[in-house]
Design a protein around this ligand. Sequence first.
Ligand SMILES: C[S@@+](CC[C@H](N)C(=O)[O-])C[C@H]1O[C@@H](n2cnc3c(N)ncnc32)[C@H](O)[C@@H]1O
Length: 250
Amino acid sequence: MSCAHPHNTPPGSQVWLTPPHVLAALGPFDLDPCAAPEPRPWPTATHHFVEAPGEDGDGLAREWFGRVFLNPPYARSVIGNWMAKMAAHGRGGGRGIALVFARTDTAWFQRDVFGGADAALFLEGRLYFHHPDGRRARANAGAASVLAAYGRNDADLLACCGLAGRFAPITLPRFVPALLRRRTWREAVSEWMALQDGPATIEALYRALAGTATARRNRHARAKIRQTLQRGPFERLGRGLWRLEGTPCS
Ligand SMILES: C[S@@+](CC[C@H](N)C(=O)[O-])C[C@H]1O[C@@H](n2cnc3c(N)ncnc32)[C@H](O)[C@@H]1O
């Protein structure tokens, strides 16, 4: 693998892995259409398409499904095609999140993020991507990164994922007005839990609510969250794992 800086990467399929803390804040995902070849140090989704000779080895040509995580090959010659497919996936009722450089001046960014996504989170600082064996790169990515959400649920999740940066709605997500509104703890926890596809960890809940008006007003936000969960309507499924009563267990 080339040691080229991701931002200045030459054409070709460079393998730069998404930092695990980003995946932990945003996942789980159904599909990574351009996953690192095996063995990979951690999964990015339940299903991985990997590059290989033949049509079946082209994640761009195959049909995408479910909640997609896309950290596409960076080469100028191909990134627009991947982003166009992500935007089309969103328009077709699919959902997901793309991690790309914040190259707001490019044609693909204008068309497929500003013109195709529901929201963006411009990350604070620069990410450190990882090598295929899991080692963190010594240098940061060399440029700012942005997460683009496709589908309103993903926009809502991005708004409260807890990653540091500036959230920018592109279409108006449902959860954003709620973020700004003063809510009771029960409302804040219930609304976020209702957006999850299944049970959620208490750590994810801490992160999600950290930026809300409700949590910012209270120095003991974590204790309030624990107390709120105990009082219901929530059910503890295991250590640190909770669900909203009446929602699926898995
Ligand atoms: C920036 S890396 C991201 C890896 C992984 N998605 C992640 O986020 O950790 C880009 C990946 O795209 C893969 N790739 C490039 N062209 C591809 C293609 N046509 N089909 C599937 N994967 C491809 C490369 O093997 C590489 O792992």
